[in-house]
Design a protein around this ligand. Sequence first.
Ligand code: GTP
Ligand code: MG
Length: 213
Amino acid sequence: MKRSVHTATVPVPRRLFRGERRLRIALVGMPGCGKSTFFRAVASTAVQTGALAGTRSAYDECAVEIGLDEARVIDLPSLRSLRDPEPEDGAALKYLLWGDERLPVSAHEPEGPPAPFSAPDVILQVVDATALERHLELTLELLQLGRPVVVALNKMDEARDKGLHIGSKVLARRLGVPVVPTAAVMGHGIAEVFAVTVAAAIDGGRDRARGGR
Ligand SMILES: Nc1nc2c(ncn2[C@@H]2O[C@H](COP(=O)(O)OP(=O)(O)OP(=O)(O)O)[C@@H](O)[C@H]2O)c(=O)[nH]1
Ligand SMILES: [Mg+2]
C-alpha cells in the first residue's frame, strides 16, 4: 500500500530588529563605487552628518525601514585598503573595528572613540562591477574583520554596456558571502540588497553575539 507523507512548514517567529534592537549597517567601499547613491536612495529626511575621529571626511547616518525591521545606515568615507591603508582609511577602519568604544591600544591618541555610535552589525560593501578585481581585494580584507559582509555588485548597467558578464552566484560561492547585482543609480537591486543584509544579520548570529537582546 502506498503511504503518503505529509509535511508542513512551520514558520519560526524571530524577534524583529526594531527600536533598541535595530541593526547598524555600514556602507563601505572604494572611492566612487556608489555608496552615497545607495544612501540617498534609502535615506529619510532626518540625516545626521558628522566626521569620524581623526578625519575631516564626513559620514551621513539615518534611520531606514527594511520591511518590519529597522536599521541605522551609515554612508562611510571611502575605504581603499586595510592591508596598505592611507591615512584617511584609518578612521573608517577604526570605526569598523571599535565603533564608539575606545580601546586601551588607542589610549595615546588624542581623539575620542572613532564614532558616536556602535560598530556595524553588517558591512554592506559596494563594489564597482566595472573594476571588480581591485574592489574584491578590499572584500577579502573586510572578511577578516569577522563581521557579516554583503556585497552589492553595483554599476551592473555600466558593466553590461562594456560587455562584462559577471556571474554573481559564482562570485557569492567563491567569496562565501551574499552578492546582489545592483544598478543603484536606477534604483535596481536596492530593496533586494537591504533584505539580504537583514538576512545576513540573522545568519551571522547578531542575536547570539549580543546575548539575545
Ligand atoms: N552607471 C552607474 N553609475 C552609478 C551607479 N551607482 C552610482 N553611480 C555613479 O557613480 C558616481 C559615484 O557615486 P557615489 O554614490 O557618489 O559614490 P561614493 O562611493 O559615495 O563616492 P565617494 O563618497 O566619493 O567615495 C556617481 O556619478 C553616480 O551617479 C550605478 O549603478 N550605475
Ligand atoms: Mg559618497
